[in-house]
Write a protein that binds this ligand. Structure first.
Ligand code: 2P0
Length: 326
């Protein structure tokens, strides 16, 4: 009735931005990401305790944070025939607070894997991915390592909307993602609200959906042949297009700041000098630089020279795993 799992976050190369179903977290388009090591979240789930309790990084979760965790576990309960009782959840991230990446994807992936195991359900990547998706969309891409594609699916019940691993972490060990933290502040508009506002008000949104869907197979092909330049260019244009459709929302959503743009400009200069480095950008101001092992030190130096407060160098990460209980 107790299990612990560890999962890594992921960074989207083709972004997920917008839901067609808010309750089931079903996206309008497919997306593709790379799992990031060494960052991780470890989560323990124990059923059969006195009352539900959710502890995240040493704090008792309240409100919507607690509700999202309990809703996911409700779905685990629905899949078992036995009465599991209330659950205790303890989750710890090893993210430096300044990593500039949300820990929710890794957190919900670890929760899904640990929750299924604690309930006695068999190991099943697809089922765990669907479960993780109910906590946070991008979490479905953190159940497996390497490079994962979240298939948008067609069904209204979401049973065909989950992530599949296209390549494992060993496929491209030379690839690097360098997180450049230019701003440690909390963003004004959370991703969940920002994407909803974009879907509802941006006139560019339908074009975003068509374009992102078409980019996924191209990204898959560039990863297959380990074409860093083609993947880097794709990443940049996909990030720009996600931000462009958000900027066109009403009221407009601007996640970039002067530090973001300064670093992006310097990347262009670096490429002219032969440094293979491109960026992607989530719903926040901190660029994540795509490069290879031979240039990660140069990428970090560039980020610091442009004022990055913290830099975290990441490699392709592995699957979410269960840990031995002692
Ligand atoms: C992504 N992001 O593909 C995109 C790119 C942010 C920008 O997934 O509402 O926390 O929990 O499904 O997954 C962030 O949104 O949103 C995100 P919910 P989530 O990684």
């Amino acid at each position: 009735m107790k299990a612990t799992a560890l999962a890594h976050p992921n960074i989207a190369l083709v972004k997920y931005w917008g839901k067609r179903d808010d309750a089931l977290i079903l996206p309008h388009q497919s997306s593709l990401s790379m799992t990031l090591s060494p960052l991780s979240v470890t989560t323990t789930v124990e059923f059969g305790v006195a009352t539900d309790a959710v502890d995240i990084n040493g704090h008792t979760a309240k409100g919507s944070e607690r509700e999202r965790v309990l809703k996911l576990l409700e779905s685990v309960r629905a899949q078992t025939k036995q009465a599991l009782g209330p659950a205790k959840v303890v989750s710890r991230g090893d993210f430096p607070m300044a990593a500039g990446l949300a820990s929710s994807a890794a957190g919900f992936a670890a929760l899904a894997v640990a929750g299924r195991a604690a309930a006695g359900l068999p190991s099943d990547a697809r089922a765990a991915s669907i479960l993780a998706r109910l906590g946070s969309g991008s979490a479905c891409r953190s159940v497996e390592g390497g490079f994962c594609e979240w298939l948008r699916g067609e069904r209204p019940d979401g049973e065909d909307s989950y992530a599949v691993q296209r390549f494992d972490a060993a496929h491209w060990p030379d690839l690097r993602m360098v997180v450049a933290v230019v701003d440690r502040g909390e963003k004004d508009v959370k991703s969940r609200d920002g994407m909803k506002q974009t879907v509802e008000t941006s006139p560019y949104y339908p074009a975003w959906v068509r374009d992102a869907e078409a980019e996924v197979p191209r990204a898959r092909e560039f990863i297959a042949r380990k074409d860093l330049q083609a993947l880097g260019e794709l990443c940049e244009r996909n990030a720009w297009r996600m931000h462009a459709t958000s900027l066109a929302a009403d009221p407009p959503l601007c996640y970039l700041n002067a530090g973001t743009l300064g670093l992006i400009q310097q990347l262009r200069e670096a490429r002219k000098k032969g440094v293979p480095v491109w960026f992607t950008l989530d719903a926040g101001p901190n660029p994540v630089l795509l490069t290879d092992a031979a240039h990660e030190v140069a990428a970090e130096a560039l980020a610091r020279a442009c004022g990055a407060l913290d830099v975290v160098r990441c490699v392709p990460g592995g699957d979410a795993v269960l840990k031995q209980e002692h």
